[in-house]
Ligand binder design. Structure first.
Ligand SMILES: [Zn+2]
Length: 345
């Protein structure tokens, strides 16, 4: 980690060249080159910059349409500005260019950086279930809520199943406890759906025609069970979405470099083409394939090739670290956006 530089003060976190080559080699993506993301801070403040080759070219970490965490803070973020902590600890996050042009959709893939938790949960851990102090997790979640300027966060009790919770009204949120599900679909603005991850995939699905959002937790068990296909099907049933209109973003998660399984027999024959060798499976390619099967267009799917296990400097990795935190993928329909979805109950 370096401080300072010719273009003013900044923080650099470099990806090890060994990891870069490994990742690029297994991704099979000729366009995989080094990336550099910088996050401008408020005037006079330092700039946080990440450099490396772990294929983050499909990400952007810049500004609008909602407040960049490094911008001067709007009053909506008062929870943390009151303490003064916020401005001392910027909260970088990634965004997908595929869905960034839609101002009615706010989304972010947070890293492990910018939170309050101590090792082994340092620092933006959002899970109460991993042994971290509750008050620190609450503060971390408050930061995420502030960045998205969400009225509230909605999480799931993720069980590696295929249950899809459908949220249609604020009443539902008042009545219900945390849904036991691995996906939430909604047409309701103002609520940020949050997935907790440490190697599993966080997948954002968005229908810009009907303005319907889906956020999915997909680990290998979810892949086997075909949760992505099920989510697309539920978006169609519940809100009349046309799969051809959907956009899908698959975030940082276990890459084929590290998705090692000692018993490939636990996976269906249909996954055969996605094995990179006798023990390494390309789960991101599996997800892409399943989304195509569900009716999405080739150009409507964006995949981050960042491997969480290779990049424990940026993300939590259960496989890499064992006892560790969980990072967040979050998305929300903007409360100012007009609601288009028709309820198809
Ligand atoms: Zn890896």
């Amino acid at each position: 980690m370096l401080f300072g530089g010719s273009d003013g003060p900044h923080v650099t976190i470099a990806c090890e060249p060994r990891q870069v080559r490994k990742e690029a080699a297994v991704s099979g993506n000729a366009g995989v080159v080094s990336h550099s993301m910088s996050v401008p801070l408020a005037a006079g403040r330092e700039v946080a910059q990440f450099e490396g080759g772990c294929t983050a070219k499909d990400f952007s970490i810049h500004g609008p349409p909602y407040a960049d965490p490094m911008d001067p803070l709007p009053t909506a973020n008062a929870l943390d500005t009151q303490s003064g902590i916020w401005t001392e600890h910027p909260v970088p996050h990634f965004r997908f260019p595929l869905v960034s042009p839609y101002p009615e959709l706010r989304h972010a893939v947070f890293t492990r950086i910018g939170g309050t938790s101590r090792p082994p949960y340092e620092s933006l851990n959002i899970s109460y279930q991993v042994g971290d102090k509750r008050h620190r997790v609450s503060r971390n979640l408050a930061r995420i809520r502030g960045i998205l300027m969400a009225e509230r966060l909605v999480t799931m009790r993720q069980v590696h199943g295929t249950e899809v919770a459908v949220i249609r009204s604020p009443d539902q949120l008042r009545r219900r406890a945390t849904p036991v599900a691995d996906a939430i679909i909604t047409c309701l603005p103002g609520i940020a759906v949050v997935v907790r991850q440490a190697d599993c995939q966080g997948v954002i699905l968005y229908d810009p025609q009907r303005r319907v959002l889906g956020v999915v937790h997909c680990g290998w068990r979810g892949s086997v069970a075909g949760i992505l296909i099920r989510v697309v099907s539920r978006m169609k049933e519940a809100f009349g979405c046309n799969p051809g209109d959907l956009l899908a973003c698959i975030g940082p998660s276990l890459g084929p470099c590290c998705a090692e399984f000692v018993d490939p027999a636990i996976f269906p024959q249909g996954f055969r083409e996605f094995w990179r060798d006798s023990t390494h499976l390309d789960l991101k390619a599996v997800s892409r394939h399943q989304l195509l099967q569900a009716g999405l267009g080739k150009d409507h799917i964006q995949i981050s090739h960042i491997c969480t296990r290779c990049r424990t400097d940026l993300f939590f990795s259960y496989r890499g670290e064992g006892i560790t935190g969980r990072f967040a993928t979050a998305a929300m329909l903007d409360p100012g956006g007009q609601r288009h979805a028709t309820d198809h109950r």
